[in-house]
Design a protein around this ligand. Structure first.
Ligand SMILES: Cc1cc2nc3c(=O)[nH]c(=O)nc-3n(C[C@H](O)[C@H](O)[C@H](O)COP(=O)(O)OP(=O)(O)OC[C@H]3O[C@@H](n4cnc5c(N)ncnc54)[C@H](O)[C@@H]3O)c2cc1C
Ligand code: HEM
Length: 394
């Protein structure tokens, strides 16, 4: 909780800090990467940095945290903190790195706001930063402990399957003899890849097979170039990683997980490569014989582009109360709809809990329709395959 004096100062300066936060984070990242080029080369996502998206996520989350502190001083925005902590822990962020970020963030604040940063203002925002940082450090410590610390473990590709023209599945076995831990349906791993210029870049991939499978499985969609450059890691994995090659993986992380909820109606809605976390969820429901309706919704460009389609439909078919609703923009077979997903005619059971994964416009549209149909906003859970700008209300 913020001290009363800092709360008043933060409240008074939130508008000016909020208005300048874009510029502050711009300066912050330039300073950070000038002093520590290895962080841009080997830790931060270079594509997101070039596109500016991760910058908005960090800035937005600090502003959201400060707003929460002054508006709801007795509670903590745990959902936001947990989501960031899972991402950080999958990357191996260490407590001492918060000092480095602090140094460059506060240098940037002074740079941008100049004399407005009186000692009181600096002290109040320092308190905000460390409240947030210490909360993240504590959650990350627990996540590391649960997994026996952070390690990059080496896995061999034992099978590579072309799912669709754009999606490849990799099945991986650890090179060491230690067991493969189970994961919670919906979780992801970070994959660290060495690239041609010597850099190491890290990306997250959802685990796309049943949680108790003996191998780890990820399914990667190639991000094509066009107006912007082609995706670095996805194209590297498609072009260069084959059976017998190795990849470095983190342990599984992620807070969008299927809750153990017998008797609860569920709705699993995905679009495109957002199907990946839905497969372990359906596998788990099929294995436990979920005893309530399960509504499966998926939208894709065409049936040929629908990755993991056989698993998707086979697991759903094992659930006696499952109904499947498919939308394809082209080549929709009989029984599927043509066009974009539209839940108008999809029955949604009272008390439904929903899990969403796909592009933001898809998730926004589905969420709005679910809420219209009476689903409680707190029962709509989602995963974003990029910096989570929803988190900060963008
Ligand atoms: C929790 C989570 C789970 C995920 N699960 C999956 C999954 O199961 N399967 C899957 O395929 N993906 C998944 N992703 C997405 C994945 O992590 C990567 O983001 C994706 O593979 C793209 O990475 P890339 O390195 O190929 O692209 P990047 O190199 O990171 O590029 C990303 C975008 O930035 C753009 N860009 C790059 N440089 C510039 C520039 N200079 N100016 C403007 N734009 C630029 C690129 O054009 C591209 O559109 C997941 C992401 C998260 C966060
Ligand atoms: C209080 C301090 C911090 C805040 C508020 C913060 C906030 C965030 C947020 C909101 C995200 C995006 C999460 C998501 O997409 O779901 C993120 C990702 C990330 N953070 Fe932090 N962070 C902090 C400290 C740090 C530190 C100390 C490091 C290490 C130097 C770090 C490195 C990263 C990296 C590498 C990513 C992923 C970036 C990417 O994919 O481009 N963060 N952080």
């Amino acid at each position: 909780m913020l001290s009363a004096q800092s709360a008043a100062t933060v409240r008074a300066t939130l508008p000016v800090v909020g208005a300048a936060i874009g510029e502050i984070t711009e300066r912050f990242y330039s300073g950070l990467f000038a002093a520590h080029p290895e962080l841009l080369r080997d830790l931060f996502n270079r594509g997101n940095q070039a596109a500016g998206t991760q910058r908005q996520a960090l800035a937005g989350s600090i502003a959201a945290f400060a707003t929460h502190l002054v508006e709801h001083p007795d509670t903590r925005p745990d959902a936001m903190l947990t989501r960031i902590a899972h991402k950080h822990a999958s990357l191996g962020i260490a407590p001492e790195q918060y000092q480095v970020v602090h140094e460059h963030l506060f240098a940037a604040i002074v740079d941008v706001l100049g004399e407005a940063v009186t000692p009181e203002v600096a002290a109040a925002w320092d308190e905000v930063y460390w409240l947030m940082a210490n909360a993240l450090i504590a959650i990350e410590k627990r996540l590391y402990e649960e997994r026996g610390g952070h390690t990059w473990r080496t896995w061999e590709v034992v099978e590579r399957v072309a799912e669709t023209p754009d999606v490849v599945t990799f099945r991986l076995r650890p090179l060491d003899d230690a067991p493969v831990r189970d994961f919670l349906p919906g979780q992801y791993v970070s994959v660290r890849t060495g690239l041609a210029d010597g850099a190491h870049q890290i990306r997250q991939y959802s685990l796309s097979a049943a949680p108790d499978a003996a191998v780890r499985q990820i399914s990667v969609k190639r991000v094509p170039g066009g107006e912007t450059p082609e995706g670095e890691v996805s194209n590297h994995l498609h072009a260069r990683v084959h059976e017998g090659d190795v990849l470095e993986l983190s342990e599984p992380y992620g807070d969008l997980v299927l809750a153990d909820a017998p008797g609860t109606p569920l709705l699993l809605a995905s679009a495109g490569i957002g199907v990946t976390p839905m497969i372990p969820m359906l596998a788990r429901l099929a294995a436990t014989g979920h005893d309530a309706p399960v509504t499966v919704v998926h939208a894709d460009r065409s049936p040929a582009d629908h990755a993991l389609r056989t698993d998707h439909e086979t697991y759903a078919a094992k659930l006696p109360e499952a109904t499947v609703h498919l939308w394809y923009e082209q080549d929709a077979p009989e029984g599927a709809h043509t066009g974009l997903a539209d839940l108008t005619d999809v029955p949604v059971h009272p008390g439904t809990r929903a899990y969403l994964c796909g592009p933001l416009p898809f998730m926004r549209a589905v969420r709005a329709q679910l809420i219209e149909k009476g689903v409680a906003p707190a029962d709509v859970h989602y995963e974003v395959f990029g910096p989570d700008l929803w988190l900060a209300g963008a």
